[in-house]
Design a protein around this ligand. Structure first.
Ligand code: ADP
Length: 473
């Protein structure tokens, strides 16, 4: 980058210098002559625009204004006007034959001739002779009288000026080249230093060090890049922590039932008396727990890959709730749990049946797991105009407000040690979240430490149910 910036700045400076050299030095002479020629032509134009009588006065005015000599002849060769402001004027000191030859050349050249001449002083070869610009025009006055306008203008010596300009420009070129190099180096350093620092820090990401902060001072864009990278590093570090936790959790979760299964099987093989239905049941329960865990893992990754897009069909949410709660009641009744279901009314929603079932299962399962002493879970259906809300409430220990946002994340468990034995994998709520988001449903959790939690989700109702139709305004 440093070299690129340097090249751009150098190229830009070179362009400016080249233009300066071109116009100031190489074309100066041509420019000057072109200007002088234009000025002489302007004078001739003015002279042919006046009447015969006014020629002398106009010639005087033009000659003194422009510092030139003017000589005007009529068609017969007689002098009509003369203005001599230059001591070494070529015209006023020339012989008639030379003047005639000039007129002939002008006539041969469409009546106009401009020529640069050197004023040679005999015997003086040491210095460059002064130069003159001669102009001859064969024309007529405003009142149609033929005239020949001859003008002589001194040509200032540009050589001296050129020399001064050349040495000045050489100096300017040197200064500009040095300045360009300095500026380029400065810009490159200021631009590339923070980028280099960021790329050095980014190298740490590759080797798994996420705690090195990215600093992007100086430019807004670089600051934004640093912010983005800092956020990325934070996310990566979170993912890395989750990955570690996942391995720890899963290996723990897999090991516990496997130990039980192998332990009990060995015991039953070695001790005939232990071959009881209860022990078989333990093995069965533990293998079921394993199956559940593996299923959860498979499912969450399917949802996250987007492989399980919901197959939405109209379904009776109230019936689904009743069925699920009934099944749960049967499963938990012998442990003394009470599940209440209130507010049921016929309501149809558009949803994937299996997925919605999973949501309700997971939420009720969590409420049962965390419901605390009173072992009561309240499930409520609240039907509103155009939507239905399902709430699952327990009176357990609740969730601390600062932990509440994280419970939906994969493998997140608030009290890892305590609940491990419950067989929870920390995946249940993330499956709920994936499903509800795929359905674009509103969902959330409210909780107060000590008084329990309430998990809810809402679906728009489909208007073909009688209740819902009645609720429509
Ligand atoms: P798990 O399988 O561990 O229950 P979840 O994803 O279902 O995993 O829940 C994540 C965490 O959220 C749980 O470990 C628990 O700490 C907390 N949680 C979920 N539901 C409740 C609830 N009803 N009451 C209190 N804490 C809850």
């Amino acid at each position: 980058m440093q070299w690129k910036i340097f090249t751009y700045v150098a190229a830009f400076s070179a362009l400016i210098l080249a233009l300066l050299w071109l116009f100031q030095i190489f074309f100066l002479d041509d420019f000057y002559l072109a200007l002088s020629t234009r000025s002489l032509r302007g004078c001739a134009d003015r002279l042919q625009a006046v009447s015969y009588e006014e020629l002398q006065s106009t010639a005087d005015a033009l000659a003194s204004k422009n510092g030139i000599c003017i000589l005007i002849f009529d068609g017969g060769g007689g002098r009509v006007a003369s203005a001599d402001t230059q001591y070494n004027c070529l015209l006023h000191h020339a012989d008639a034959a030379w003047l005639t030859s000039l007129v002939r050349s002008a006539q041969a050249n469409d009546g106009e001739l401009t020529s640069r001449m050197e004023l040679r002083v005999n015997g003086d070869e040491s210095r460059t002779p002064p130069q003159r610009l001669l102009s001859v025009r064969v024309t007529a006055t405003a009142d149609n009288k033929n005239i020949i306008v001859m003008m002589d203008s001194p040509v200032a010596p540009v050589d001296g000026v050129l020399q001064t300009l050349t040495s000045q420009l050489a100096l300017i070129t040197l200064i500009v080249a040095l300045a360009a190099a300095g500026v380029a180096a400065l810009i490159a350093r200021r631009l590339s230093a923070p980028i280099k620092a960021i790329s050095r820090a980014a190298g740490n990401l590759a080797v798994g060090r996420y705690d090195i902060p990215f600093e992007g001072k100086g430019y807004r864009e670089i600051g934004e890049l640093a912010d983005t990278l800092n956020r990325t590093a934070a996310e990566l570090s979170k993912v890395e922590n989750l990955r570690r936790e996942l391995i720890a959790n899963i290996s723990h979760d897999l090991r516990t039932p496997l130990t039980m299964i192998s332990g009990y099987s060995e015991m039953m093989r070695d001790m005939p008396g232990e071959n009881t239905p209860e022990n078989c049941q333990i093995i069965l329960d533990e293998s079921n727990r394993l199956t559940r865990l593996v299923n959860d893992l498979v499912q969450v990754s399917r949802y996250q890959d987007g492989a399980a897009a919901p197959d939405r069909q109209p379904l009776r949410l109230d019936e689904l709730l009743r069925e699920t709660v009934d099944r749960y009641r049967r499963l938990t009744a012998h442990d003394g749990y009470t599940l209440t279901l209130t507010g049921l009314s016929a309501v149809t929603v558009l949803a994937d049946r299996d997925q919605l079932l999973q949501v309700i299962y997971n939420l009720i399962g969590n409420a049962v797991n965390y419901c605390g002493e009173d072992k009561t879970v309240e499930i409520r259906q609240i039907t509103r105009a155009g939507s239905v809300r399902v709430e699952i409430r327990d009176h357990g220990e609740g969730i601390e407000p600062e932990k509440l946002p994280y419970i939906w994340e994969r493998y997140y468990r608030i009290d890892r040690v305590h609940h491990r034995a419950d067989g929870g994998s920390g995946i249940g709520l993330s499956i709920v979240r994936e499903i509800l988001e795929a359905h674009k449903a509103v969902y959330g959790a409210e909780s107060r430490v000590g008084s329990g939690s309430c998990f809810y989700f809402e679906f728009p109702t489909v208007s073909d149910t009688p209740d819902d139709a009645a609720a429509q305004p």
